[in-house]
Design a protein around this ligand. Sequence first.
Ligand SMILES: [Zn+2]
Length: 65
Amino acid sequence: MQELRCEYCNRQIKNEPEIRVRRGIKHVYCSEFCYRLHFYGVPRITYEDLQKMYELRTISVKLEV
Ligand SMILES: [Zn+2]
């Protein structure tokens, strides 16, 4: 089976990937969260930061467009 990695955080995807198609190009993310961060052009955050966030489950991200 092909290994999938999130385009945003580069984490290996073990569960169901979030697959989004934008302008005819398929993008793969580990979660809706990463998709949104990528979509809104939030600067890349580190794997360690993400791990902390996923651990805490208290994700509050302001998406100011
Ligand atoms: Zn991700």
